[in-house]
Design a protein around this ligand. Structure first.
Ligand code: CP
Length: 317
């Protein structure tokens, strides 16, 4: 594995799950693999889970880790080529990226959608510049359109908790006061499309995702109908994707909040969310605190997914 930007790059899924089980049971078995190797983690946006879990995964593999918060302590970076740099950004990404590449062996990048240009977001301009100019293997720690380390952890978690071969997994939109990127729902849908699970997406009209990610999912606009018989409820907010509404909040209707009444329609489904989650907007206190909530083991599996990916990358150096 050279770069990791999508769960599609996991290859054979049953092999990937087998490797994940091995890593979970033997977290320190590959300490030599990362010896004298440095991971540089670059954050254009905030993080709790990705930062800690990826660093822990790298340490389990014997790596050294450097973390750079671009917006705290680093020079402000210009990202557009051709700009006359007479403003507040003293350094261009096109010099900064190869310089960063000089100081490490592997680079992780977090760079969310900016909602300034749908084309730039969906072409993954920032992430692809790292791939093109760093001279290092690059992996996504959530980019504009996908969050593959999260999705792989989600998939590992579903494999661990599923009670039938082909569970019904429902991804539901839920309200949030701010415009959030589509990276998590896109990526989760991409992952579910790699499986043979029954996969349903439910959201209000206007929140349709890019058809490339929806794939073979059933889209059901009636949230309660979608929940019927579900084995897993995966809640997430996202901003509108389509047309002129790209990046906009069209609805904050708390009738879409996941609550106990809706969970009662499911087949005793497990509740999942990538976190951070806004309680009583996305999900009620009682649901997220219930025994069916698996958000903590889901977050714990972020170490496993990151370690699997780093291990593949280190093995290819
Ligand atoms: N789920 C997730 O990526 O969390 P952070 O934004 O805290 O890293």
């Amino acid at each position: 594995m050279k770069h990791f930007t999508s769960v599609k790059q996991l290859g054979d899924l049953s092999e990937a799950f087998k490797k994940a089980r091995y890593v979970k049971e033997n977290p320190f078995a590959d300490q030599e693999l990362g010896r004298n190797k440095t991971l540089l983690m670059i954050f254009f946006n905030s993080s709790l889970r990705t930062r800690l879990s990826t660093q822990k995964a790298a340490m389990n593999l014997g790596m050294n880790v450097i973390v750079l918060d671009v917006n705290q302590g680093a020079w402000k970076l210009e990202t557009e080529r051709g700009v006359i740099m007479d403003g507040d950004k003293p350094e261009h990404l096109l010099e900064a990226i190869p310089v960063m590449g000089c100081y490490c062996d592997v680079i992780g990048v977090r760079s969310f959608a900016r909602f300034e240009s749908k084309q730039d977001d969906y072409e993954e301009v920032i992430l692809n510049q790292f791939i093109k100019y760093s001279g290092r293997p690059v992996f996504s720690m959530e980019a504009a359109t996908r969050h593959p380390l999260q999705t792989f952890a989600d998939m590992i978690t579903i494999e661990e908790y599923k009670k039938k071969d082909r569970p019904k997994v429902v991804m539901t939109w839920a309200p949030h006061p701010k415009a959030l990127p589509q990276a998590v729902p896109n990526s989760f849908a991409e992952g579910m499309n790699l499986t043979d699970y029954e996969f349903v997406i439910t959201h209000p009209h206007g929140y349709e995702l890019d058809p490339e990610f929806v794939g073979k999912a059933v889209v059901e606009y009636d949230q309660k109908k979608a929940f019927e018989g579900a084995d897993f409820i995966y809640a997430k907010n996202w901003a509108a994707y389509s047309g002129d509404n790209y990046g906009k909040v069209l609805c904050t209707d708390r009738a879409w909040t996941v609550d106990a009444e809706k969970m009662a329609l499911t087949d005793n489904a497990f509740f999942m969310h990538c976190l951070p989650v806004r309680r009583n907007m996305i999900v009620t206190d009682d649901v997220i605190e219930s025994p069916q909530s698996i958000v903590i083991p889901e977050a714990a599996n972020r170490v496993v997914s990151a370690q699997c990916v780093l291990k593949e990358i280190l093995s290819s150096l």
